[in-house]
Design a protein. Structure first.
Length: 255
């Protein structure tokens, strides 16, 4: 496996005050296009807040003015900047997370590395592997028709422990409703929970052929700025979904 170090990939996290409201934090995530924030009290990082932390509570017990400190993941289990990418992949999969805190040699927070950065770093590895999306994708896609309410999509995401729902009409992907869509469009607007997915999904879906080579898809995902793609057959019908975590899981087996 290509032996870059995570310190080369880590990015400084976006900061938010630990006493900020969940609505304020969601607005920062949407504006900056990030899925994780570092919460601070003064100059000290006291925890991390992810889109998933918010979305798992969005339709259950999340009040718009609740301070984010109630939903923080504590800054434990940080990794050293000289850890090889292959080891970071292993840890991310074992911990079932999409973000790892990276510290410098003095133990101070250097930044965050996400599944996206790790997948981008592995593109070269996949160039020597004739692996197609069909071999990596998940065929048991979490999907709903476009007329189903947002509340149902959030419940299914929580049940399946996934970051998105594919919206499917006549067997073809018509849109996608992701954690990013939920934080940007539903947070602070509880009346939208009863509205149909068609009004809040992202469309059109970024889709790739089932027999496309994975390394080309990684580059395509990077170009489009997405974390998952719908996988379709030649006739346009849905075959499955391919996510960053699916790619990392396969890369782990190659190591």
């Amino acid at each position: 496996m290509f032996q870059r170090k995570v310190g080369e990939l880590a990015k400084r996290p976006h900061l938010v005050a630990a006493d900020a409201s969940v609505t304020q934090a969601a607005a920062v995530m949407a504006r900056e296009g990030v899925s994780c924030l570092a919460a601070v009290t003064g100059a000290k990082v006291v925890g991390f807040l992810t889109e998933r932390d918010l979305v798992r509570h969005l339709d259950v017990d999340l009040e718009p003015h609740t301070p984010i400190r109630e939903f923080l993941s504590r800054p434990t289990g940080a990794i050293a900047r000289d850890l090889p990418v292959s080891e970071a992949v292993k840890l991310m999969l074992e911990r079932r997370v999409r973000h790892l805190a990276v510290v410098d040699f003095g133990g101070s927070l250097l930044g965050l590395v996400t599944d996206k950065e790790l997948v981008d770093a592995l593109a070269v590895d996949f160039m020597v592997e004739s692996v197609t999306c069909r071999q990596l994708m998940r065929p048991d896609t979490a999907a709903l028709p476009p007329d189903r309410p947002v509340r149902e999509a959030l419940a299914l995401m929580r049940l399946r422990n996934v970051g998105c729902i594919l919206v499917v009409a006549d067997g073809r992907p018509a849109g996608i409703f992701s954690e990013r869509d939920a934080t940007a469009r539903i947070m602070g607007r509880p009346e939208r929970l009863a509205e149909p997915l068609s009004g809040h999904m992202s469309a059109p879906v970024v889709a790739v052929p089932a027999d496309a080579l994975v390394y080309k898809v990684i580059l395509f995902m990077r170009q489009k700025g997405v974390r998952r793609v719908a996988v379709i057959e030649a006739d346009g019908t849905l075959s499955g979904i391919l996510t960053q975590q699916d790619i990392l899981a396969y890369a782990r087996r190659l190591d």
